[in-house]
Structures are given as C-alpha cells and as structure tokens.
Design a protein around this ligand. Structure first.
Ligand code: ARG
Length: 467
C-alpha cells in the first residue's frame, strides 16, 4: 500500500504503477533527499512542531537509511513509488510513530524540487571540475611542445600556419566558457524550494529561510507556486551540457580527421583506440567518434525536457518527473566523455613532421607577401590582387610559388617570407598564433585557469553546510 492510499478504495492498476514508478531511476537521489529531510527536521524543531527527542529519533533513522543505501543493502518495498516514498517508509519503520511526523508541512512537490536542486548543484561542480581538467590537459600539451605547428584551416582548406599550442588552446578557451556557464547555472539555482508545500505553502509555522540556510542555499523561494514548478535549472544544466557536448564533438571530429591516414597529424595510444573484428590492420579512434555521437543525446535530452515543460499549467504536474532521466543521462555521459577524451589527448602523439610539412606549403605565406606590400604603402586590395595573380600563375604553370615570386619584379624582394617559421614568427598581433604573441595568451590562460580553480574551490565539496 502506498503512503497516500487514505482516500482510495482500490489499489492502483499495474499498468499505471509501471508507468508512474520512478524509483528505478530516481534512487540515485537518496543522499540529497536525506539531506533535504535532515534540514526539514531541523526546521520542524525550530517551528516547535517536533521535540528535540523526536528530532534525535528522526535524524538517527535518516542516518540508518542513508547507511543502508551506502552499503547497498537498502531493500525497496513493493509499494515504494519513488525514492522519497521509499525513504519515508523506511524511516517510519525504524522510528515508529515519530517517523510518521517526518512529512509534516511538506509535500513531495517541494521535496522533489529540493532534492533535485541539491543533486544538480553537486553535479554541476563535478562536471565543471572535469571540464577544467580537460582544458588544462589541452593547454599543457601545447606548452610541452611549443614549437609544434600545423596548418590552420578555414573551410577545411589550408589557410595559415598555427602553433599546436594555439590550436589546442582554442578548444581550451571554449571549455572555459562552459565552466563559467556551469557555475552560473549553479549560482542561479541556489534557491531553496523547501517549505512551498504542494502548491500554496502551509498554515504551520515553518520558516523556509531556516532550512534554506542549513542546506547552503543563498535564500528561500519567494513564490510557492514558482518554487514547485520551476525546472529552469534542469533545462539550463541540459543546455550547458549540450553546448559543452558540441565543443567535445568538434574535438572528436578533429581527432578523427587528424588520426586518418589522409591527415596523419596524430596517433592515439593503444589504450584509447580499438581494433576491427575483421580487418587486422585497423586502429580506430572510437573514443573520438563516441564523443561526437554522445552530443546527439545531449541535444535530445535538452529538447525533450523543453517539450515536457512547455505546456504545463501551474504548478506541479507529474510531467515534471520526466526531468530526471534526461538529466541523469546527460550528466553521466558527459562525465564519461570528458574523462575518456582527457586520457585520449594525454595518450596522443602529435606527428609534428607531417603537420609541419603540410603547414610549410608555400601558398600559406601568400598573405604575408601581401602584408609586406601593405607596409610599403600599397593598398591592401591591390596587394591582394598582385599576390593572387602570382598564385594563379603558379597553379596554371605548375611552377613552385616561391619561384614565381622570385621572378616577379614587384614581389621578389619579399621572398624572405618563405623562410622556415617566418610566417609564424611574424604573426605578432594580440591573440595571434605565433611564438611572439604566445606568452601573452599563456599568461592570460594561467590567470583565467587559476580564477576558475578558485571559483570551483569556493563551491566545491558537498555544499550542504552542517547536514
Ligand atoms: N517522483 C515524483 C517526481 O519526480 C515525485 C513527486 C510526486 N508528487 C506528486 N504529487 N505525485 O516528480
């Protein structure tokens, strides 16, 4: 029998039970649900609704239930619809009639909203820490081999040489925005819904501010209906992960290209590649492909939640139970991708000679000749046309571009741009890819990374205060 059977004459149809039970997926919330209950019990004490003896009994029972979950020995009863019911049922078994007071001035509606917020608050920090670890790995690889370079591409056509550090750094910078977004989502969600009741609050003298502070929330809700129906924080989390996933997917796609024979820029460690069941010579970059593919789920999970939310009348509706599977799925899978990609990059050897050969393609110095002309006072458009004509001649006649330049009266004096590393050296502008500009970027990076570490430390660990 469920805990809410009072007004019913017959029990629930099996088909409805199977549709509505959420324990199979929401039991992972047990710790955060118990944290919410601990705060709630303290709030009931402060409101004079429990004696300190009763509080001792309830907190003891909550500890016991948590330990049963931690040890993997908690036994679900057939009537446990979800994690909240399961915990309350067990507390009542352990604490007798005192247990039956646990749900005073509380509904599952404010309870589940509180529990999920607490869970997401920890998950955001955990994901953000892993993102920072990946970003730092990328940057460290660049700093380890500061001389490595490759072609920078636009439209996947070779454009200009870039340092490997600069290229990997580009991904790392995108990841810093993801971390910032995750932390901002955490900041916005840090409002306690506990005390909102089912929809309209309660006539009992509880103070939501007391429980909010105990759970480490910045404040309590202002409107009970908003408190129980708001899942913006889940949608934001799913968006943050979807956009993070887009970045990881692009990195995955790039690794697939780099490790192909056609590019040959990188080789992944054996521990991060797979073989073929049929073709003995194959070494496949499955990690990178899965990083690319998982993003389909992340985007799907965001979409599915937004569609669930869009038609809901105020306030709580059972539809909201459908927030959990997309949420858990995205958090779990992005964690897997982040850790596997980080290991993949650590295992990667960059084939610097192959990449340098591709980047030393003389056509990639064409813009440098045009820029030297500009320095002599030639308008850029005219310079572009002059150099473009030389490129065209080289392509038409099959003569090497440096030879065509050497024979051109207007351009011959700039033949120095073809010297090895010259185009990289001359790229000095702020944020440009070249050894001259690099130290400024690296310095900014280390400052930003230190700041992200500081922000993560501030919110790190389980932020449940005294619970
Ligand atoms: N398992 C439910 C959820 O995830 C808990 C809330 C149920 N509330 C209710 N009034 N039926 O949303």
């Amino acid at each position: 029998m469920t805990l809410w059977h009072g007004r019913f004459e017959s029990s629930m149809a099996n088909s409805l039970w199977e549709l509505s039970e959420s324990y199979p997926f929401d039991h992972v919330l047990y710790h955060h649900d118990i944290v919410g209950s601990r705060a709630h019990v303290q709030g009931l004490l402060a409101a004079g609704l429990l004696t300190s003896d009763e509080v001792r009994v309830l907190l003891g029972a909550l500890d016991d239930v948590e330990s049963e979950f931690d040890r993997g020995v908690f036994v679900r009863a057939g009537s446990d619809e979800d994690i909240h019911m399961a915990i309350e049922r067990r507390v009542t078994e352990l604490a007798g009639s005192t247990g039956a007071k646990l749900h005073t001035a509380r509904s599952r509606n404010d309870q589940v909203a509180t529990t999920v917020r607490l869970w997401v608050r920890d998950a955001l920090v955990d994901v953000a820490e892993r993102v920072l670890a990946l970003a730092e790995t990328l940057f460290a690889i660049g700093e380890r081999d500061p001389d490595y370079y490759l072609p920078g591409y636009t439209h996947l056509q070779r454009a200009q040489p870039v340092l490997l550090a600069h290229h990997l750094g580009a991904h790392a910078w995108a990841l810093t925005r993801d971390i910032d977004r995750l932390l901002e989502t955490r900041r916005r969600l840090n409002v306690s819904p506990l005390g909102a009741g089912a929809v309209a609050g309660t006539s009992l003298p509880i103070d939501p501010g007391t429980t909010a502070a105990l759970m480490g929330f910045d404040r309590a809700f202002a409107n009970s209906m908003d408190a129980v129906s708001d899942r913006d924080f889940v949608a934001e989390t799913l968006f943050d992960i979807a956009l993070l996933g887009v970045h990881l997917s692009r990195m995955g796609e790039e690794l697939v290209l780099w490790t192909s024979a056609e590019f040959g820029f990188a080789t992944l460690g054996d521990a991060f590649t797979t073989g073929s069941s049929m073709l003995p010579q194959k070494k496949n970059s499955d990690v990178a492909e899965l990083a690319r593919a998982k993003t389909g789920r992340f985007i799907g999970n965001l979409t599915s939640l937004l569609v669930v939310l869009k038609g809901l009348p105020l306030a709580y509706n059972r539809d909201l139970q459908e927030d959990k599977e997309p949420l858990f799925d995205s958090v779990r899978n992005v964690t897997l991708v982040l850790d596997a990609l980080r290991g993949t990059y650590q295992s990667m050897s960059f084939n610097s000679e192959v990449a340098a050969r591709a980047a030393d393609d003389p056509y990639l110095a064409a813009i440098d000749i045009a820029e030297r002309l500009v320095e002599t006072g030639v308008p850029f458009r005219d310079a572009h046309e002059l150099v473009g004509a030389a490129v065209g001649e080289s392509i038409r006649t099959g003569r090497p571009f440096p030879d065509v330049v050497a024979e051109s009266p207007a351009l011959a004096q700039f033949g120095g741009v073809f010297a090895r590393h010259e185009t990289l050296q001359s790229r000095r502008s702020r944020g440009a890819s070249g050894p001259v500009a690099w130290p400024t970027q690296a310095e900014t990076w280390h400052r930003v990374a230190a700041d992200l570490h500081r922000r993560l430390r501030e919110v790190g660990g389980r932020a449940e205060g005294q619970l």
